[in-house]
Every structure is written in structure tokens, then in C-alpha cells.
Design a binder for this molecule. Structure first.
Ligand SMILES: *Cc1c(COP(=O)(O)O)cnc(C)c1O
Length: 405
């Protein structure tokens, strides 16, 4: 048995079977590359699902985490720590408008905080929420209730939350669903787990307007889109629209667990003492990591780079002109390669065999979310290898299902 096969067998005998066993075991990373248990090296174009924003082993992140671990690893919310305060100040500064922050440990927790915040402001007469078909907001009961993927939500309901789903990007459907009895609307700027699907550019404006007309909260889930992914600090900044509540997680601390729920205007101060909390939230190591991520994005011009190299990546993929590719969706360094057949899992496997990690996010979409530190040479290395990868898939024949998720 290879080292990978041994790890897979151990994984399968000890973990709950909620994940399909991943085919690859990673043991180390350096920059945009990772190495598996059998020594094979890959260019990482998925970055742990849009998380490893600075790639792997980045010295700024490693230094910040090590220094904080040596100094003070944890305080709980019984005590203040300076890194959590500095991080919240930094986030508010990047937003450029008055806001208040709650720190959690994951995306789903950030959305749970947002849900409670909205309930706090809405009061008892606003009885339902609106969310989007195929949208993803997390796996805990509140955020799962808001998730528009029937297959993962329905087996676990009912949730005691009235959620109505409308098509993402359909402003008229949203207008019809939102009334003065609606507490809040949960939306992703671009749907990540649905396959990196972007709405029309004026959609977020319409969501803002519809929420304002009905007094409903506009909650923007920027867990996957935020922290530079689209070439802006936060995707909504590219639209000139401000939500009432924004959630962050994934790329924020470059690989350490973190989540943030940010409230604007009255939503910033709606929680009363005792309304919410988290033992690990505001953890100084995670906060130090997030500060290192934000400082590096700024110092190294990674927003501009995400916009420029993201556009190059999309164009180079289209220029491959392979019949299996029907389009490229998304923004910045966050892309969905749309395939003409449900062969995404095979493309993922063939790409891995060729030394590239990509993600079959839906049966016919390959998701790319590389580290924001990726270089032009690395982008071209991948697009240069695509024709061979696709030719190998085409030679195999008919379709299959999606990859792990
Ligand atoms: C990943 C994701 C979540 C859930 O985050 P977890 O950290 O896995 O709980 C929620 N919303 C969006 C848009 C996401 O991409």
C-alpha cells in the first residue's frame, strides 16, 4: 500500500462517513505548491476552498502565528486581547464606514450570529426570511435552514425557521417574496458552492432597494467572496452597495479558523450584553493570522493582482477553445469553468494526475480559487496544461458525478 492508501484506510476506519474519502493526502506546502504523502507535487488552484489566501508556509503568516502562540494563545471572552481589537479596527477601516464586529470561528458561526442579529432587530412581527435557491450558508441548523441546496437541507428539517427561496439574481422574484413581514434576506454576491455563479451587476442594488422598501435586513454572505478574492477587499465594494450585515470567514485568517459577523448602522449595536458569545471567538492566534493576511494583501498589491491575474486566467481558459469548455464564470481569482458535459470529477482527477489541484464543485463546473499570491507564470502553467487534461477526459467518453463536497 502506498502512503496515501494507508492514510485513506485509517481515515475510513476512524472518521464518520460524511465525507467521501479524499483521494489525496497532503503533507506539506510551499507557496502555491503542495506535496502529497507519496511525494507528488501539485500547483494548488483551490487553496483549501478559497482559504489559503497567501498560499502555504507564507513567512508573514507563519511568523505572526508562531509569535502569538509563544506569547498568548487564548484568552476567552472573559479577557480582552490586543490582536482581536486590532483586527476588528482593521476590518472596519477597510470597510470605510462605521461598523461593529463579532468574531467567531467559522463561516456557519458567522451566519448564525447574523441570523440572531437580524432577529434582534426585526422583532416578533417579521416572521420569515428569504434566501436563494442553490445558495450555501453553512451546516449548522440556522445557516442550513437558509441554505438553498435541498439535498443537504431537507433531510435535517424542519428547523423552526420559515425560509422562502427565490432564484439568485432574479430581482423580480425577490421583490415578490419580500414584504414588511420579512425579517431579512440572505444573499451571496456570487454563489460559490453553486459553481461560482455571478448575478447581473445591478442585482445587489436591487436587493438593497427591496430590503429598504420593506424594512428587511440585507445580509450579505461574503464568506467565500470576501478578503480579496474578487479583486476588492469585499465583493460588495465593487458594486457600491452596503448591506446591513456582512459575514466573513474562509480566507480571512489564511488557513486558521475564524469567522466574522459585521453589522452596519443599527445592526452594529443590536446585540445586548449576553445576547451572543463564543469561547474561541477573538482568539489571538487567529486574529494575529488575519492581521498578517490583511497586511500582506495590502503590502503586496494582491487586490490588483487578483483582478489582473483573474482576468488573465479567465481569458486564457477561453482561449483554449476546447469543445468541453462552454464558458468561464466568476470574478478575480475565483472562477468556474463551465463544462459541456457532467465530467467535472474526471477533469479534477486528470488535473491532479497532471499536477494541478482544482475542484469539481458541481457535476459540470470546475472551481478555481488559487492563493491570491499566484504568479502570472503559474496561471499560464495551468492554462497551458488544460488542453492535454481535457483531451484525456474527452478520450474517456461519457459523464459522471461531482467531486467531494
Ligand atoms: C464556506 C461557506 C460557508 C460556511 O463556512 P464554514 O466555515 O464551512 O462553516 C458559508 N457561506 C458561504 C458562502 C461559504 O462559501
Amino acid at each position: 500500500m502506498s502512503a496515501t492508501e494507508q492514510l485513506r484506510a485509517r481515515f475510513e476506519s476512524v472518521f464518520m462517513p460524511n465525507y467521501g474519502t479524499p483521494p489525496i493526502a497532503l503533507v506539506k506546502g510551499e507557496g502555491r505548491h503542495v506535496v502529497d504523502a507519496d511525494g507528488k507535487r501539485y500547483l494548488d488552484l483551490i487553496a483549501g476552498i478559497a482559504v489559503s489566501a497567501l498560499g502555504h508556509g507564507h513567512p508573514a503568516l507563519a511568523k505572526a502565528v508562531a509569535a502569538q502562540a509563544e506569547t498568548l494563545a487564548h484568552t476567552s471572552n472573559l479577557f480582552l486581547n490586543e490582536p482581536e481589537i486590532a483586527l476588528a479596527e482593521r476590518l472596519v477601516g477597510l470597510l470605510g464606514v462605521p461598523a461593529r464586529v463579532f468574531l467567531a470561528n467559522s463561516g456557519t458561526e458567522a451566519n448564525e450570529a447574523a441570523l440572531k442579529l437580524v432577529k434582534r432587530v426585526a422583532g416578533p412581527d417579521r416572521t420569515y426570511f428569504v434566501s436563494t435557491v442553490a445558495g450555501f450558508h453553512g451546516r449548522t441548523s440556522g445557516s442550513l435552514a437558509l441554505t438553498g441546496k435541498d439535498a443537504i437541507r431537507e433531510p435535517f428539517g424542519p428547523f423552526g425557521l420559515d425560509v422562502r427561496f427565490v432564484a439568485h439574481g432574479d430581482a423580480e422574484a425577490l421583490r415578490a417574496a419580500v414584504t414588511p413581514a420579512c425579517a431579512g434576506v440572505f444573499v451571496e454576491p456570487i454563489q460559490g458552492e453553486a459553481g461560482v455563479v455571478a448575478p447581473d451587476p445591478d442585482y445587489l442594488h436591487a436587493v438593497r432597494e427591496i430590503c429598504d422598501e420593506n424594512g428587511a435586513a440585507f445580509v450579505l454572505d461574503e464568506i467565500q467572496s470576501g478578503v480579496g478574492r474578487t479583486g476588492h477587499w469585499f465583493a460588495h465594494q465593487g458594486h457600491g452597495v452596503l448591506p446591513d450585515v456582512m459575514t466573513l470567514a474562509k480566507g480571512l485568517a489564511g488557513g486558521l479558523p475564524i469567522g466574522a459577523c459585521i453589522g452596519f448602522g443599527p445592526y452594529g449595536t443590536a446585540f445586548a450584553k449576553g445576547d451572543h458569545g463564543s469561547t474561541f471567538g477573538g482568539n489571538p492566534i487567529a486574529a494575529a493570522a488575519a492581521l498578517a493576511v490583511l497586511d500582506t494583501i495590502e503590502a503586496d498589491g494582491l487586490l490588483e493582482s487578483a483582478a489582473r491575474l483573474g482576468a488573465l486566467l479567465a481569458q486564457e481558459i477561453l482561449d483554449v477553445h476546447h469543445p468541453l469548455i462552454t464558458g468561464v464564470r466568476g470574478a478575480g481569482l475565483w472562477r468556474g469553468i463551465v463544462l459541456a458535459a457532467p465530467v467535472a470529477a474526471r477533469v479534477q482527477a486528470r488535473a491532479a494526475a497532471a499536477g494541478f489541484l482544482v475542484n469539481a464543485v458541481t457535476p459540470d463546473t470546475i472551481r478555481l480559487a488559487p492563493p491570491l499570491t499566484i504568479t502570472r507564470g503559474e496561471v499560464l502553467e495551468f492554462t497551458g496544461a488544460l488542453p492535454k487534461i481535457l483531451a484525456a477526459v474527452a478520450a474517456e467518453g461519457d459523464g459522471d458525478g461531482a467531486g467531494r463536497r
